[in-house]
Design a binder for this molecule. Structure first.
Ligand code: ADE
Length: 232
């Protein structure tokens, strides 16, 4: 993988990585600033895409068309969907799906995108395995899980919604961009992985925990990514 696109939705998810890179140029497209340069010896394009699935999908398309990246990494924070996954822990995507895709009215199962080859986009095995190994080395104080990342244009802060996402999709964490990155990467035949640190439990306590833990969680994810690019 010669050139890697690194996407975070929010500034705090990419700030640390931008500080560590040697920047060559910044190109603006669709209101997003693409920082092209070298991170730990690897050619990268780091970009803050903004929140939600549409922003994330557009961002990947630009990374594919303009920058011709060989892989895409989505870094950031997420709400845990499982009791054993604690705030600060990391989830590396096995695959991801859009939990708010709902065509049940026409007989489709929840999350299924009609007329698509798949709605559960598998992450790249090399990136997943490398991310888990690097996490064990650089974030040895926290647990790393591999599992499904479920994404939708919703902040999940209700225990009943959380339980539905776990029961329906077997989700490990919920966030708002990963599956859109995955979907766009799939259409462009680009390997991807989503790496998310847990900032909250996606239940009634999320509105309190999220502001307290988002910064530390984002830093965990970024630390993993800056070490991952060396390995792939
Ligand atoms: N990102 C971080 N926490 C989240 C949550 N609870 N729901 C959606 N996106 C998130």
């Amino acid at each position: 993988m010669n050139k890697i696109g690194i996407i975070g939705a929010m500034e705090l998810e990419v700030a640390q990585l931008k500080l560590k890179m040697q920047e060559k140029q910044v190109i603006e497209r669709a209101g997003m600033k693409f920082h092209e340069g070298v991170l730990n010896g690897k050619e990268v394009v780091i970009v803050q895409c903004g929140i939600g699935k549409v922003n994330a999908g557009i961002c990947v398309q630009i990374l594919a068309d303009i920058f011709q990246v060989d892989a895409v990494i989505n870094t950031g924070v997420a709400g845990s969907l499982r009791s054993e996954i604690n705030i600060g822990d990391i989830v590396v995507s096995s695959d991801s799906c859009e939990h708010d895709m709902d065509v049940r009215g026409l007989g489709y199962e929840p999350g299924i995108i009609p007329q698509m080859e798949t709605s559960f986009f598998p992450a790249d095995r090399t990136l997943v395995d490398a991310a888990k190994a690097v996490c064990a080395e650089v974030n040895s104080d926290i647990a790393v899980y591999e599992g499904r990342v479920v994404s939708g244009d919703q902040f999940i802060s209700d225990g009943a919604v959380k339980d539905r996402l776990t029961a329906t999709f077997d989700g490990y964490c919920a966030e708002m961009e990963g599956a859109a990155v995955a979907h766009a990467a799939f259409l462009n035949k680009i390997p991807y992985v989503v790496i998310r640190a847990i900032s909250d439990k996606a239940d009634g306590s999320a509105h309190m925990d999220y502001p307290e833990f988002e910064r530390a969680a984002a830093a965990h994810s970024a630390k993993l990514v800056e070490n991952l690019v060396i390995r792939v």
